[in-house]
Design a protein around this ligand. Structure first.
Ligand SMILES: [Zn+2]
Length: 222
């Protein structure tokens, strides 16, 4: 077992040789690798990666080791459900196996985080997760979003209504339109979630496109 404390003290005494470049600590290739690896986290640049690396080495080695193990296990153990494409450790995820859910409703979302959000809103049907949206400029076409799998799922006959819950961005709308055509060809009901003014929101602070969506999606007042 290496003595981390002594080693950390030695590292602490070392002076960075080059303050201008990427390599602040040429003394430790391991530290360099850690810092550059941390930069795969969203929103983490070089400075933040360095801060995190130093923090973990100085103050929380047990936590960091636990994180490393959890990351490794999750990356190796989590794949995609063969039916809905959501993250799953099994061939079929828990939701797709659950016969107590409203299986005639299929909610289509862009990401697993959206599943969580819709689930928290109380939806109890099934999902299909695109893992993105149509984006011709980035070379993302229907085949990348599992549209063949979606087609097969719709042909199974369990679905009665498809709820399009893609984001209200240009790409999200284009993706919703593409799927609505697929659904209509199969004579199934297709609906789009309403996008509008957030609860507790004041009109003055709502942007124009959100307000325009809210006006277009107005309903009879009850
Ligand atoms: Zn599933």
């Amino acid at each position: 077992m290496p003595n981390y404390d002594d080693h950390a003290a030695n590292l602490h005494r070392m002076e960075p040789r080059d303050r201008r470049g990427e390599q602040m600590t040429p003394e430790s290739p391991l530290l360099d690798t850690l810092v550059s690896s941390l930069r795969c986290l969203p929103g983490i640049g070089r400075k933040s990666a360095q801060r995190i690396a130093y923090h973990l080495l100085q103050r929380n080695r047990p936590g960091a080791l636990k994180l490393a193990e959890a990351l490794s296990r999750a990356m190796h153990g989590i794949a995609h459900c063969s039916r809905c494409r959501n993250f799953s450790e099994e061939e079929l995820c828990g939701m797709c196996r659950n016969t107590a859910r409203e299986r005639s409703l299929l909610c289509i979302v862009e990401s697993p985080a959206d599943v969580k959000a819709v689930e928290e809103a109380g939806f109890r049907g099934l999902y299909f997760v695109l893992m993105g949206h149509l984006s011709p400029l980035d070379g993302i076409g229907p085949e990348d979003l599992g549209m063949d799998l979606l087609g097969k799922l719709l042909d199974e006959g369990e679905t009665r209504e498809v709820i399009l819950a893609t984001n209200s961005t240009v790409e999200g709308e284009a993706t919703a339109h593409f799927i609505s055509e697929m659904v209509k060809n199969r004579s199934l009901q297709v609906t789009r979630i309403a996008h509008g003014v957030p609860m507790g929101g004041e009109l003055e602070y709502v942007d124009a496109s959100t307000l325009s969506h809210a006006l277009a999606g107005r309903r009879a007042f009850r």
